[in-house]
Design a protein around this ligand. Sequence first.
Ligand code: UDP
Length: 328
Amino acid sequence: MAQTVLVTGGAGYIGAHACKVLKAAGFTPVTFDNLNTGWEEAVKYGPFFKGDLMNRADVDAAFAQYRPVAVLHFAALSLVGESMKDPGKYWRVNVMGALNLIEGAIAAGCLNFVFSSTCATYGDQDGVLLDETSVQMPINSYGASKRAIEDMLNNFAESHGLNRVIFRYFNVAGCDPEGEIGEQHVPETHLIPLMLEAVAGKRPALTVFGTDYPTRDGTCVRDYVHVMDLVDAHVLGLQWLLEGKGNRVFNLGTGTGFTVHEVIDASRTVTNREVPITLGDRRAGDAVALVSGSARAIEELGWQPKRSNLRDMIGDAWVWAQQPGFSK
Ligand code: UDP
């Protein structure tokens, strides 16, 4: 019989893609989502439980109904800019939500936990390659809230035998190449979808945030990873836990960084269209360069990124950008 896993945020961008590959790998992914930022239409690969992590009773009810063997925790607020303006919201929703989920999981005897963390926990470290042993010094409340959850997981691993795999994502991009689901945020803040909306004429222009950074062309450097590769790693992380291999942290990135201008150049090649841009000021909370040392996931998990190149990430997102998308 298929093993059931609880996927918080399964109606969101990364969570929905995870459900697709979890189902393909033989699991039953139960989406737990409050539909605050997610899309019910994106829940296609398993049951849907509408609930809120801030409400412990919802969490307990989901565990009681589905008895999952593991939790994959994607649900979170994730906008760096917003987190700088409203830190309380990030500490409350991300940290309290995770605490309810962790305590609910332990109370239900579900001790396998896969957590979506972020390279934003590393902060701004002068362009060095960031690996899992790098010190964590977040420069925004989003990163700080994720680091706090990592700490919490470590404490519960000690006290209650919780087994956790932590993935620190770099910049996730692209979408399902089969076009069943894609990236859709309201408001959209991410570079690649905003750029493609500008290309498609859905917004006047892309604003480049800062052109005076100490990088090769003055714009920020990021390490982009295809969402399909990223969620493949989660299936491997889940199997790692179910095989009893224990606690581990893995970066998910490619080791190669691209500037904003380089992403824009790649888009011209993929779409054969110009990207209308305006040059703007730096965005608060942005690190100069975030590039992953990802050898550990490849060596230990056997992760094999297949589509994490700009052509596939932008190409898949471009197909999606021309579709009508999900509606509420
Ligand atoms: N960026 C930009 N214009 C935008 C959105 C993003 O120039 O409208 C830049 C941003 O400053 C960063 C990179 O693109 O250097 C990636 O930003 P995104 O918001 O996609 O991801 P983040 O790195 O913040 O997680």
